[in-house]
Design a protein around this ligand. Structure first.
Ligand code: AHR
Length: 546
C-alpha cells in the first residue's frame, strides 16, 4: 500500500479511500502524510548539507583542448646591474678569493642558477646602463679605467666585469644574454660598434679588436635594449624626442638582432602611444618595447620594511602586485592599435618588490630581504605574464643577486636562496609550454577596505603534461578547489608548495631555511576531477599527466 501511495499520489488515495475501513484509512493517511513530510525534511536537510559542502569550494576549469600562445621561456628572465653587490661580490669575486669560483664567477651562485634554467639575463643596467661605456670594460683588467657609479652609491666601478665577463657568465649558467645599450650619455657610433664587436664575423676594426682581446668567434647575442628609462635616469626625455633618437640608434645597430625600445614608466600610456606611432611602421627597427613597474606598496619611494610588516603591509603589497595585469592589458591595447598582429613584444624587463634597504646597509645598494610575501608577489606576476603570453615576450625580475627582489643573497662565502628563488624553480615548467585557459570565480580576500581575488592561477601544457600554478594570497584561510579538466581525464598528479608558518618568514645566513620548496600531497584524481585544498599564504604547483 505504501508503495502505491508513493507512486500514484492523490488520485490513488481517493481510489483507496473507497475500499478500506475507516480505521485503516486513518492509519494509512497518517502514514502517507508523515512520509511526505519526512521526504521533504530529508530533502531540505541534504540540500543544506550540500550547500555547506559547496560553500568555499571553487570550481576551476582547465581546457587542454584550447591551448593558446606559447609561453616564451624568456618570461622567466633575470636582470643584473652594476648596482650594490649584484655583480661584484654576488656574481663575480677576485679569482684569488677564498670564495670558491670559476675564473672569478662564484661557483655556488652558478650552481644555483643552473638549477633554475635561467633563459635570459639583462645587463649592465638599469640606470647604470646609460652611463656605461663598453670599451672601458675591455682588455687586461689592471689597465681598465675606473669610473664613479653615479646612480648607485657613488662607489668606484673598476670595470673588471665587462662584455667578455658578462658573456662568459651567460655561457656558464646557460642563459641568453640581453645587452642594454647606452643612449642617455652614449653615441650612435659607440652603440653600433658594440653590436659589431659582439656579433659580427666580418673583417672590421671592431672584430679585430675582439680577436685581440682573445675571442675569435662572435657571440650569439639576440637581445639588445636601446636605452633604459629614458623618461627618467636615462636622459629625462619626452617620448617624441626619445622615439626619434631611438630610430636613429636602431638604424645603426645592424644585424639579425631583436631591438627593444625603452618603454613607459608604469602607467604612462602616452609614452607607449607615441613610441608605437613613431616606430611600429618600421619592422626592422623595433621588435620589442619595454615596460618597468615595481611593487611599491605605499606608492613611489620605498617606505616599507621587507621583513617587518603586518597584514596591512601584506594586503597592500598583493593589491599592488595585481596591478601588473591592468598595466599589461592597457599597454597591450595601445600596442594592438599599431601592431594588430602582435609582432612587437612587450618586454617587462624590470619588475619586483622595492622595499626599504636592510638596516645598516648602504641606501644606494638596494639590498633587501625576501619573505614569503615576495614569493606570493613572484607567483602572481609569473601567472600574469603567462596569461599575457601573446604579447609579453620577456620579463626580467630585478634583480638576480643582492638587489631588490633578489632570488639569491650572498654574504662573503655564504649564499641564501630566497623564497622568490623557489617560486622561479617551481614555475620553470611553464617555460616554452602552451598557455591553457583557466576559468574560475575566485573567492575574495578582504582587509582594511581592500578587496581582491584570493586565488590567482595559470596553466600550460607541454608534451601532454599539464602544469597548473596557483597562489592563495589569503593569509588566514585555506581555499578548497575542484579542478576539472574539460573533456579529458588524467591518471596521475603530483604537487609542490612554497609556504611558511608566518607571512614574514625568510631565509637567512647560518640558519635552516624557513621558506622552501616542498612536496605538496595531491589526492588521486577521479577521472577528470581533482579536489584539493590550497593552503593559506601559499604558492602551489600541480602537475597532471594523462
Ligand atoms: O633596478 C633598479 C633601478 O630601477 C634600475 O637601475 C632602473 O632602471 C630602475 O629605476
Amino acid at each position: 500500500m505504501r508503495s502505491l501511495l508513493r507512486q500514484d499520489g492523490q488520485f490513488r488515495i481517493s481510489w483507496i479511500l473507497c475500499y478500506v475501513p475507516e480505521s485503516f484509512f486513518k492509519d494509512t493517511y497518517f502514514n502517507f502524510f508523515f512520509n511526505m513530510q519526512f521526504k521533504r525534511l530529508l530533502l531540505i536537510f541534504s540540500g543544506v548539507l550540500l550547500l555547506t559542502q559547496l560553500q568555499g569550494q571553487t570550481a576551476v576549469n582547465l581546457h587542454p583542448d584550447q591551448a593558446g600562445a606559447r609561453i616564451n621561456p624568456e618570461i622567466y628572465g633575470h636582470f643584473a646591474e652594476h648596482l650594490g653587490r649584484c655583480i661584484y661580490g654576488g656574481i663575480f669575486v677576485d679569482e684569488d678569493s677564498n670564495i670558491p669560483n670559476v675564473r672569478g664567477f662564484r661557483s655556488d651562485v652558478i650552481e644555483a642558477l643552473k638549477e633554475l634554467d635561467v633563459p635570459v639575463l639583462r645587463w649592465p643596467g638599469g640606470c647604470f646602463g646609460d652611463t656605461y661605456h663598453w670599451k672601458d670594460g675591455l682588455g687586461p683588467r689592471e689597465d681598465r679605467p675606473s669610473i664613479v657609479n653615479v646612480h648607485w652609491g657613488g662607489v668606484t666601478e673598476d670595470n673588471s666585469f665587462g662584455t667578455h665577463e658578462f658573456l662568459e657568465f651567460c655561457e656558464l649558467i646557460g642563459a641568453e644574454p640581453y645587452i642594454n645599450i647606452n643612449v642617455g650619455s652614449g653615441t650612435v657610433q659607440e652603440a653600433s660598434e658594440w653590436v659589431e664587436y659582439v656579433t659580427s664575423s666580418n673583417e672590421s676594426p671592431m672584430t679585430k679588436l675582439r680577436r685581440e682581446n682573445g675571442r675569435e668567434e662572435p657571440w650569439q647575442v639576440k637581445y639588445w635594449g636601446i636605452g633604459n628609462e629614458n623618461w627618467g635616469c636615462g636622459g629625462h626625455m619626452t617620448p617624441e624626442y626619445y622615439a626619434d633618437l631611438y630610430r636613429r640608434f636602431a638604424s645603426y645597430c645592424r644585424g639579425d638582432i631583436y631591438k627593444i625600445a625603452g618603454g613607459p614608466n608604469v602607467d604612462d600610456y602616452n609614452w607607449t602611444r607615441v613610441l608605437m606611432e613613431k616606430t611600429a611602421r618600421y619592422p626592422w627597427l623595433i621588435q620589442g618595447l619595454s615596460l618597468h613597474s615595481y611593487t611599491l606598496p605605499e606608492g613611489w619611494l620605498p617606505k616599507v620594511s621587507a621583513t617587518e610588516f603586518e597584514e596591512d603591509g601584506w594586503a597592500k603589497t598583493m593589491r599592488q602586485a595585481y596591478r601588473m595585469d591592468e598595466l599589461i592589458s592597457r599597454h597591450s591595447a595601445i600596442m594592438d592599435q599599431y601592431d594588430p598582429n602582435q609582432r612587437i613584444g612587450l618586454i617587462v624587463d624590470e619588475w619586483g618588490t622595492w622595499f626599504q634597504v636592510e638596516p645598516g646597509t648602504n641606501p644606494g645598494f638596494l639590498y633587501q630581504q625576501n619573505t614569503l610575501r615576495d614569493a606570493l608577489v613572484a607567483g602572481i606576476h609569473l601567472n600574469t605574464f603567462n596569461q599575457h603570453a601573446d604579447r609579453v615576450k620577456m620579463a626580467n625580475i630585478a634583480q638576480m643577486v643582492n638587489v631588490l627582489q633578489a632570488i639569491i643573497l650572498t654574504k662573503d662565502d655564504q649564499m641564501v636562496l630566497t623564497p622568490t628563488y623557489y617560486v622561479f624553480k617551481m614555475y620553470s615548467v611553464h617555460q616554452g609550454a602552451d598557455l591553457l585557459p583557466v576559468n574560475f570565480d575566485s573567492p575574495k580576500y578582504s582587509f582594511g577596505g581592500m578587496e581582491m581575488d584570493a586565488l590567482n592561477a595559470s596553466a600550460s601544457i607541454k608534451d601532454g603534461e599539464i602544469n597548473f600554478t596557483i597562489c592563495n594570497l589569503d593569509p588566514e584561510n585555506d581555499h578548497p578547489i575542484t579542478l576539472t579538466l574539460t573533456g579529458e581525464s588524467f591518471s596521475s598528479s603530483n604537487g609542490q608548495i612554497v609556504t611558511a608558518e608566518n607571512m614574514q618568514d625568510y631565509n637567512d645566513f647560518g640558519r635552516p631555511e624557513a621558506v622552501t620548496l616542498s612536496t605538496f600531497k595531491v589526492p588521486a584524481p577521479k577521472k577528470n576531477q581533482l579536489e584539493v585544498v590550497i593552503p593559506a599564504k601559499s604558492v602551489v604547483h600541480i602537475q597532471l599527466k594523462r
